[in-house]
Design a protein around this ligand. Structure first.
Ligand code: AMP
Length: 425
């Protein structure tokens, strides 16, 4: 017999674990909607160029991590590795830039990256993301970030900080790139093959090189590299200050991290990541991240629309919530088990189960056995609060025996009152 196993880096979510995912999704969407952000659902597969051309041909995602294949019509298809470029494709294709004002969208769903699986890093994982399209205004940055904090708060997660930086406008980044080239040149032979190429094409990418065999001294070299703040134009500096002021105004806790550059090419000006700090002040893996992208839409279609967004890693957030006891409400339970002690009683029990279920009462039944013992076993297994027993005597008298496992009581309840009885409790 074949030994079937899930693909490396993917996960099954069973019962309570699926419940946690749905809980996250429903809280995050409710908060997003309170900001006037509308849901968008786009395909999981896209033309590979959507990502190759826009996430950056030299980014880790495009170079190493995409699930790309030719379909039967020889088209190059990619399982989306991230949301921003795919949502931008949809925004453009549907000419949403013609709508007045700022377009605010949120999405939820699986992303695929061929990364080395480890704790908190999967090949299929879920992201919840938000994208705003419109102008470039510091208060828009602040609103987007505050929507993320509102989601953390509703989930019950405190002690989140945002690590924030500005990578500036094109001019700032050109100056910074030149400084990086000059700085890295004497050391470049110590770096990985990708970085050796990157020094001329995109030296910013060296700063977030993830190659594991990078030696300690290269880490040190990266740590001491020039930082973007010394190369920002006045406009970019002023913009960043306004954003920080806006965050102060809403009491959003942040740490400015000049080393934060993020691994996707489309970002400009504000970039950020959300991290959790535990009691000892230790920092978690990034729970999410995002930034502004002034040129993505223009580069894709020629229309000058500024954008900004972020994405959360859902599995990482759920794992954190588990550790903080915030998912203790996700439990398997059942409201009622209805026991039938003979064939006629089972039919009556089945009818009652149907009525209960129509009223949203979670109800279970044993289909085959008439034994009280095995039906009680089912009630234990499904963690039922009420056990309703129907036998010949109950049928004749129109009175059912009802056990309440929570209050540890047993009562006889008239058949016609049974629904109300359960609902009231
Ligand atoms: P990015 O699109 O790379 O900015 O990622 C946004 C967030 O998605 C990260 O902060 C992580 O929380 C999450 N994430 C990214 N890659 C993975 C992965 N391979 N497995 C699990 N979560 C991920």
């Amino acid at each position: 017999m074949a030994n079937y196993q899930k693909i490396k880096g993917t996960q099954d979510f069973i019962g309570v674990d699926a419940m946690k995912i749905r809980k996250f999704e429903s809280i995050a969407s409710l908060v997003a909607k309170s900001y006037g952000i509308k849901e968008i659902i786009t395909p999981i597969i896209e033309d590979s160029n959507v990502f190759v051309k826009n996430v950056g041909e030299d980014s880790d995602i495009v170079k190493k991590e995409m699930y790309t294949f030719l379909d039967k019509g020889e088209r190059s298809i990619t399982l989306r590795p991230e949301g921003t470029a795919a949502i931008a494709r949809c925004f453009i294709e549907n000419k949403m830039y013609a709508n007045p004002g700022v377009t605010k969208l949120f999405y939820y769903g699986p992303m695929f990256r061929y990364e080395r699986p480890q704790t908190g890093r999967y090949r299929q994982f879920n992201q919840f993301g938000v994208e705003y399209y419109g102008t470039q205004a510091p208060l828009m940055d602040v609103e987007i970030i505050s929507s993320a904090f509102a989601i953390f708060k509703k989930l019950g997660i405190n002690d989140i900080k945002i690590k924030i930086n500005s990578i500036g406008d094109s001019e700032s980044r050109k100056n910074f790139s030149n400084a990086l080239k000059e700085y890295f040149r004497p050391y470049i032979n110590d770096f990985c093959e990708d970085c050796k190429r990157r020094i001329d094409i995109n030296p910013l990418r060296i700063l977030d090189c993830k190659v594991d065999n990078n030696k300690d001294d290269t880490k040190e070299i990266i740590k001491n590299a020039p930082t973007i703040n010394n190369y920002l134009t006045k406009d970019s500096l002023d913009y960043f200050e306004y954003v920080l002021k806006g965050l102060d105004n809403l009491n959003i806790p942040y740490v400015v991290d000049y080393n934060l550059v993020r691994g996707l090419d489309y970002y400009t000006d504000t970039v950020f990541e959300f991290v959790y700090y535990n009691d000892q002040g230790q920092e978690s893996l990034a729970l999410g991240g995002g930034g502004r992208y002034a040129n993505l839409i223009k580069d894709m279609c020629g229309v000058d629309v500024n954008g900004m967004g972020y994405a959360f890693g859902v599995e990482r957030l759920i794992n954190l919530m588990d550790n903080l006891g915030l998912n203790d409400d996700c439990i398997d339970y059942c409201d009622a088990v209805i026991i039938g002690l003979d064939y006629e009683s089972k039919l009556e029990a089945f009818k009652l189960a149907k009525n209960f279920r129509e009223e949203g009462i979670i109800t279970e039944m044993e289909y085959a056995s008439f034994s009280l013992k095995s039906q009680f076993k089912l009630a234990d297994r499904v963690n039922a609060r009420f056990i309703i027993i129907i036998g010949e005597e109950e049928r004749i008298n129109n009175v059912y025996t009802v056990k309440d496992k929570k209050l540890n009581t047993q009562e006889n309840v008239n058949k016609n009152d049974i629904l109300k009885y359960i609902q009231n409790k």
